[in-house]
Each structure stands twice: as structure tokens, then as C-alpha cells.
Design a protein around this ligand. Sequence first.
Ligand code: KIV
Length: 284
Amino acid sequence: MRVTVQRLQEMKRQGTRFAMLTAYDYAIAKLLDGAGIPVLLVGDSLGTVMLGYPTTLNVTVEDIIRHTQAVVRGSTQALIVGDLPFLSYQASIEEAIRNAGRLIQEGGAQAVKLEGGLSVAPTVRRIVDCGIPVMGHIGLTPQSVHQMGGYRVQGRTREVALRLLDDASALEEAGAFSIVLEGVPAPLAERITAQLAIPTIGIGAGPHCDGQVQVIHDLLGLFTDFVPRHARRYADLGAVIQTAVGQYAADVIGGAFPSEKESFSMDEQVLSELVEAIKPDSHD
Ligand code: KIV
């Protein structure tokens, strides 16, 4: 039985914090699920950390579906949230419902996430009315990178902070089951968390959120282009991988790999018959 959206809300009521991580493939999903991570997000961050795009704007619904399918196959207990990518929910509510439905029906996710506050609240309401749980995402919303003028912390001014408080309430009223707060000053995230009955999940939003989310590549040191200030490296798998592949290459070059242990034997009789058969004069 997977973690449910109701369970996350119960955790908020009980004051139990939870960890969420991104996952994009079967092998990593299996490890994270096995470690008991209750929520796995197939984020559009896959555009940068998996596909090498400079932003998340190139990610398509098909990309998210393909990776969600892999994450679902690799997990049994986590709630899987599929991210609605740029332009998959903004053009019309009908399109948003259809794409949210695809992440559930084709991808196998149990919930979807989308960016925005007050302006997307009617869309959230209609998707929720279709029976699809929606996770909101406000603050630093990477799909609006060009409008924000870069990846900047949001809510440092009174005006923007008030807007974010309103955005959070609008999403809750529209039926969102939780809200990601990204790149928001910690005291503001604390206020938003206190004002909502649904859980907040922070990323660069301080310690007072109900949950925290991180991009798995940042946590494990697998993405080396840059390390966001909000991330903490719990392992340097990038270095581990480079050492391992360097050793492998050296063993190949030096003849130490493969050894007999990594090779397959052949029946002696068959071998001698083969040698006989391929002797140059045996073809005469
Ligand atoms: O795409 C993503 O990984 C996200 C998280 C950073 C919340 O939206």
C-alpha cells in the first residue's frame, strides 16, 4: 500500500515531518523507496539533471510520463507525484486536466504537481474535481525563470510576501493537498506553514516547513554543474563514480579485467573440435 495524500495531511496534524526526493529512473526509485522515502517526485528538474538542458522549459509531458513509469515500476510504498511541465497546464483548463490525467493514467502517478498560485487556482480546482490530487508549488518557480529574471529567492519584499501568503491560501482553498515552497525566506515559509492545514514542503525555504524536498542528484553529488545553496551533499557519488570508472579503464588497459572469474569456460572437447574445424587446411 502506497503512502496516501491523507497520510501526509495526518502527518502535518501530528507534527511529523517528512522527506521527499526527486526520482527519475527505476534503479534510484527502488533505492529511495526501499529506504522508506514516503514521497517521490518525478520533477521537471529531470530536464537539467538527466537530459542536460539549461532550464526545465524543454521538458515535455512525454518525458515526465516515461520517467514516471520507471519510478512507479521501481517503487511499492512511496506516493509518486508527476510534475506537469511548462505549457502543459497553462494554455487551458481542459488541456491541464488532460495532461494531469495522462500522468496518472499512462505514467502511473498518484498525484500531480504544478507551479503557480492564485492564477492557477481554478485549474487546480478542476483537476482535483476530476479526482486527481494536486501538489502546488510557489515561490521560486523555475518554469517562470525568465519572468523572475533568474533563479531568485521570492518573498523578500512586503508586497511579494503578501502575495505568496494569498497564493498559498488560494491553492489550499482550490483543493491542493500540499504545497512546495521553493526559494522563500525561512520566516515567511514558517508563516505560510502555520496558516495552512495542508503540509508545506520546503526547498530553500528553511526548517519550519512540514516536509523537505531535494533533487536527488544534489543530495548525492551526481550533478556537478553547480550546487544550489539550499542543497546539502550527503554523499559524493560523482567522485565515487569517477574513481570506479578510472580503475575499470586502468584494469582494461593493463589486462587485469576481465579475469577468469569474469569469463566463461567452454567444454575442452568442443574446443578441440572447433580448433580442428577452423584449421586453414580443414576447409580444403
Ligand atoms: O522539478 C523539481 O524537481 C521540483 C522540485 C525542486 C520541487 O519541482
